[in-house]
Write a protein that binds this ligand. Structure first.
Ligand SMILES: *Cc1c(COP(=O)(O)O)cnc(C)c1O
Length: 405
């Protein structure tokens, strides 16, 4: 039997600090799986949720509508690429990916093209833990190898190898073009994390790849689903990662940072074309979550979006990025390190071998930080309000941890 990893009891959280039961305070480098973009216990977010609680915590969203949902939908339509005009709310990122996939399949069915029912994606992706989403995760890194036998057989392309700011490599261009040529007739949608592959390997790839992908999707009539669950709301230096390439997807999934880390909520946005196409198919999308558009979650999400847009988030993220780059760049020395890369408020150190998580975690906690490595990746994605001094604590802890390997 494998011993379970130790866990640390948190009793409260404020700003960028987590407080443990023994009183220890940790600078949080993870933003609770990348969600708490404004930090914890934020007075404005607290107020939004408690105000909403006074009027109603929840009400069904069938045959009923309410202002928190409508206001949030409008705010999302206002800040996402222009062609995205329709919003479907669900409870978590994984479900928003299920919804996106169902939109695509149902859309083509309604256009009398039911043969367009497979998906295309790239290796190294992560889209969630439910079955539809698992089907487009990396077959090996995606944590779902165990379930391979019951997952649908989608088309996987190699991971885009061209790095973020580099011109597109020929092999990336060829693999995309060939895949569309061979498979586009049977493909409903291409599912992709734009620019940053998150939980599948913390990999940053070229904006030219994304731009070419958009072109090919349009040319071959394949819907483009951009999973911005990790990248949305400024994390990569643009409000949405699609903005790096100036592209508009047909469907966009949002989650994680949507409520500023307060509650589970996700949204799937789509274009007028897809929404109208779906409406021809019995009038509705065949999906109806019980807790759809929960008012508490919508209220806090709206407050989080307002807070972000009113702030100078672009400078905050850029400043974090510059400092991460400066302080992590020198870390290529420890023999354990294979690659160092940063983009926006994301700093990643890739090691040659998987790291001993429990031991490293201890080193980080003893250094007064919360950094959760996985596989061969030690990375930080801190709240945007992180001050330079606290960011230095995170990078020093990383240096310490990697030196100890
Ligand atoms: C986290 C994540 C998901 C899944 O979201 P959950 O809320 O955990 O279901 C899907 N796609 C990406 C890119 C993610 O980072």
């Amino acid at each position: 039997m494998v011993a379970p990893l130790p866990s640390y009891e948190v009793v409260s959280a404020k700003g960028i600090r987590l407080k443990l039961k023994d009183g220890t305070e940790l600078v949080d480098g993870m933003a609770s799986w990348w969600c708490a973009i404004h930090g914890y216990n934020h007075p404005e977010l607290n107020r939004a949720i408690t105000d909403q609680l006074e009027s109603m915590a929840h009400v069904m969203f069938g045959g009923i509508t309410h202002a928190p949902a409508v206001r949030l939908a409008q705010a999302l339509i206002d800040i996402t690429p222009r062609s995205l005009q329709h919003v479907f709310f669900s409870d978590s990122g994984s479900v928003s990916v299920e919804v996106a996939i169902k939109m695509a399949i149902q859309f083509w069915g309604a256009q009398d093209k039911p043969h367009k029912s497979r998906l295309m994606t790239v290796l190294g992706g992560y889209h969630g833990d439910t079955f539809g989403a698992m089907g487009v995760c990396d077959p090996i890194n995606g944590m779902h190898e165990r379930f391979r036998a019951v997952l649908p057989n989608h088309v996987f392309l190699p991971r885009p190898e061209t790095r973020f700011n580099e011109p597109l490599l020929k092999r990336d261009r060829d693999s995309l073009e060939q895949a569309f040529e061979s498979h586009s007739n049977e493909i409903a949608a291409f599912v992709v994390e734009p620019i940053v592959q998150g939980a599948g390997g913390m990999w940053f790839y070229s904006r030219e790849y994304l731009a070419l992908l958009r072109e090919l999707c349009t040319h071959y009539d394949v819907l483009l689903i951009a999973d911005e669950i990790a990248t949305g709301f400024g994390r990569t230096g643009e409000l949405f990662a699609c903005d790096h390439a100036g592209i508009e997807p047909d469907v966009m999934c949002l989650g994680k940072g949507l409520t500023g880390g307060y509650m589970s909520l996700a949204a799937t946005l789509t274009t007028g074309r897809v929404a109208m196409g779906l409406s021809q198919d019995g009038g509705v999308l065949m999906h109806g979550p019980t807790f759809m558009a929960n008012p508490l979650a919508c209220a806090v999400a709206r407050a989080s979006v307002d807070l972000l847009i009113a702030s100078d988030w672009k400078k905050a993220v850029a400043d974090i990025g510059i400092q991460l780059d400066n302080e992590l760049k020198g870390l290529t020395n420890p023999p354990a390190v294979n690659d160092v890369r940063t983009l926006g408020a994301v700093g990643v150190i890739e090691t040659h071998n998987p790291v001993p998580v429990a031991e490293l975690q201890r080193v980080f906690v003893d250094a007064g930080t919360w950094i959760r490595p996985f596989s061969n990746l030690v990375y930080v994605m801190p709240p945007y309000i992180t001050e330079p001094r606290d960011l230095s604590s995170l990078t020093s802890a990383m240096r310490l941890g990697l030196g100890a390997l």
